[in-house]
Design a protein around this ligand. Sequence first.
Ligand code: PA5
Length: 444
Amino acid sequence: MTYIKLDYTNAEPFFGHYQIEFLKESVAAIHEQMHSGRSKHQDALGWLTYPQDIDPQEIERIQKTAQHIQQTSDILLVIGIGGSYLGARAAIEMLTHPFKYSIPGPTQHKPQILYVGQNLSSTYMTQVMQALKGKDFAINIISKSGTTTEPAIAFRIFRKLLEDKYGKEEARKRIIATTDAEQGALRELAQQEGYVTFTIPRDIGGRYSVLTPVGLLPMATAGIDIQQVLTGAKQAYNELLTADITENSAYQYAIIRNILFQKGMAIELFVAYEPSLQFFAEWWKQLFGESEGKERRGIFPASATFTTDLHSFGQYIQEGQRDLFETILTVKEPAHDLVIGSDPDNIDGLNYLAGKTVNKVNEQATIGALNAHAEGGVPAVTFEVPRLDAFTFGYLVYYFEKACAMSAYLFGVNPFDQPGVELYKTNMFKLLEKPGYTETAKSI
Ligand code: PA5
């Protein structure tokens, strides 16, 4: 019995059970490779055991640093992109109140977490600067390579702002750098300036790094119990130690995705019925898209929040081109529920719902949409978690990381590189005449 419940009865009509059996041995071989310590990608498999391996003293240091930021800053500016950004934001959006800054009560929601370095919008950066005016703030710059352009530009701009506000000496104490142990410009700068630093293990790539200081420091600063996050991840680690697909539902999921792809389902729509899961979906999309989409293979990862999006592209899902399947994440116990009242006039005609809870309606909408989409030819895989808390977040992260690695291997690609991300950078560097990129590029 696993913490997460996987149900693929709504996908089964689209394939034969023998197809799962057919992949059983490949899965066992891949599992053995991943866990043998002799994988050809051994230098990228650190995430596999990290929830077990993390040093308790490192957790304590993260918590102490977070407390210090809470005591000294109104805002923590997290600078990072891709795997150095999405995981922390996914946790913070999932687990903290969306309107916390409008709720009366002076300090319990301090500090606010703001993000930069995840785009190159001068308007957005200026707006963040405006939000920082008159506020005490600190910076957590996160970059494994230490050379990614977007966070590097943001760091240059916001470090200057910090130095102008506090002077160089105090500014240094307000910067925390999370980066590689030795390599990269950020490590060099951090050493030179004497910033507090946290290390991203060499054998954990960006999109697999949320359970390292990359995600843990912003989470702890936002008040999330990171011990619980790691406990959840450890539970997933233990549950998924088996190669037996009848017991390892992450591997079942990986297999089903692969079979559905072979049946022409090239798009996977990650669906949640809680808006707080929107950034979890963003993290999930990066994980699967960057791990799997190479060598002209892989499923295109998309996402939707229902019921909201049922009223936007629900029509397409029901009746558009038949090349997609849904992966639905449901939550058994909502953090809050509301009872719908009775109205003597009943002009809105809603008295048939009086006494029912809003969550009950959400549940029925989930079943209604699932069945309608199945009728329309859309297979669905459903996951259920008991609740959304720190434990669940850690569990889900580890669960999908493992499922993703298995799925990418089943596609026959390396889950841990991202060669295709380089081309846009090379083109941009040529256009910007970065030293070393001298060839002429086509400008539009
Ligand atoms: O998953 C990945 O490797 C990428 O998404 C990186 O996390 C992203 O490009 C940021 O890289 P870095 O942390 O080196 O700045």
